[in-house]
Design a protein around this ligand. Structure first.
Ligand SMILES: [Zn+2]
Ligand SMILES: [Zn+2]
Length: 403
């Protein structure tokens, strides 16, 4: 990490603003915040550190609301070393704000993860990589028939005793539960009281179950098309008449948001573009859903806690569960951004929005980060013209990238 710079001026950059590109831009940062954005050079003191962007893009740092680990670490390992290691790995891929995500596991394992996240969040050091804005309580409240690559033994229905203890940690900011589970509505109500982004995932819910969940505060669905219901899967569970599923509910309800894993392995281009065209950049997030195999060679790894997580294989492109289903991604947000730009009709500002401002808005942190706007934290990236991460700034301080 380089020395904290109190004043920083980016010159000769194309700034990626929420609604447009601003070429030949000057972006001045003072005390870790964005002070001015213009096409005319502002007056600066001799002490200002000037960074010539040489025509690169100046992008907001990415915000990842669904991510399990990286560089050999899964957040469910439950140690501060794993927490720091994965956050550093994702910062190298442009993520400056992160929501470490739990999986199925014992209450002890989940509490260990929450504690490690709190400790590292409290350290507030740039060397720790992406800043932890909160934890995504994702597992264990999954439906039995939709656990995907997670262990079935580790899933269960929500009970107030269990989740109240998680919420009491104060760090849970995104909360997932399958809508059809007994106790789901009470879970959503409590999560709403705690001001979480409330999401339904790993679920075979029908439209009426989604409607009840929506009433209780649920507004988001995890990784669209993955481990979620469709008309035929709901028919298998509930018989006829055929019913609407999570898919129809999300597409038919304006206030519902969702996310896609745009690694090029989970979803074909037509699905990525369809999701974008249906929901738009303000209701669709890019997430990595990345596991510990990020930046590691192909091989066999554990998903979830190192001691008892389920095994998967990384082929260097994506993770595979032993039963042949996908076991989440192994790439960072920069990859998702490049893929989305290549595969869809979204403009560059729209693609970047889906990886930064939209997840920031949905999780209630957009006042302080998520876009290149005056007054926000200087969480910034210099990206090459082919959208590769060249330099990362967190709160106006540069993070060194070599590993
Ligand atoms: Zn999942
Ligand atoms: Zn996941």
């Amino acid at each position: 990490m380089s020395e904290a710079m109190s004043s920083l001026l980016f010159t000769n950059v194309t700034a990626i603003l929420p609604d447009k590109l601003l070429p030949s831009a000057f972006v001045l940062c003072e005390k870790g915040k964005i002070q001015s954005i213009s096409q005319r050079c502002p007056k600066v003191s001799a002490k200002t550190c000037v960074i010539d962007g040489k025509g690169k893009y100046l992008s907001p740092g990415f915000v990842d609301i669904h991510v399990h680990g990286g560089d050999g670490h899964d957040f469910m390992d439950g140690t501060v070393e794993a927490m720091r290691g994965a956050c550093v790995a994702h910062a190298r891929h442009g993520t400056t704000t992160i929501f470490p995500t739990t999986t199925t596991g014992s209450p002890e394992q989940i509490h260990a993860m929450l504690n490690a996240a709190k400790t590292v969040q409290g350290e507030r050091r740039v060397e720790n990589g992406a800043r932890i804005a909160g934890v995504h309580l994702y597992g264990p409240f999954f439906a039995e028939d939709k656990v995907g690559c997670h262990s079935v033994e580790g899933r269960r229905s929500p009970t107030a005793k269990e989740y109240t203890a998680y919420f009491d940690s104060g760090i849970v900011k995104v909360a997932t539960c399958a809508a059809e589970l007994p106790g789901a509505v009470a879970f959503y109500r409590e999560a709403k009281r705690r001001r979480c982004l409330i999401t339904c995932g790993h679920s075979n819910a029908s439209w009426p179950e989604m409607a009840a969940a929506f009433k209780a505060g649920m507004r988001h669905v995890d990784h669209f098309w993955c481990a979620m219901s469709n008309v035929s899967s709901v028919r298998e569970r509930l018989g006829v008449p055929m019913r609407g599923s999570m898919m129809e509910f999300v597409l038919g309800t304006a206030d519902m948001s969702t996310e896609v894993i745009a690694d090029g392995c989970h979803l074909a281009p037509e699905l990525l573009d369809f999701a974008f065209r249906m929901k738009g950049a303000r209701r669709l997030c890019l997430v990595t859903d990345c596991n510990r195999a990020l930046d590691l060679p192909p091989g066999r790894y554990r998903f979830g806690a190192g001691e008892d997580g389920s095994w998967f294989n990384s082929d260097g492109k994506v993770g595979w569960a032993p039963n042949g289903s996908l076991a989440s991604s192994i790439v960072g947000m920069d990859h998702m951004v490049r893929q989305m730009k290549r595969d869809t009709s979204a403009t560059l500002p729209e693609v970047i929005r889906m990886a930064s401002l939209t997840p920031a808005e949905l999780t209630g942190i957009a006042r302080r980060t998520g876009s290149v706007e005056v007054g926000k934290q200087a969480d910034l990236l210099l990206l090459s013209r082919d959208l590769r991460v060249k330099q990362v700034f967190i709160g106006g301080t540069e993070m060194l990238l070599p590993r």
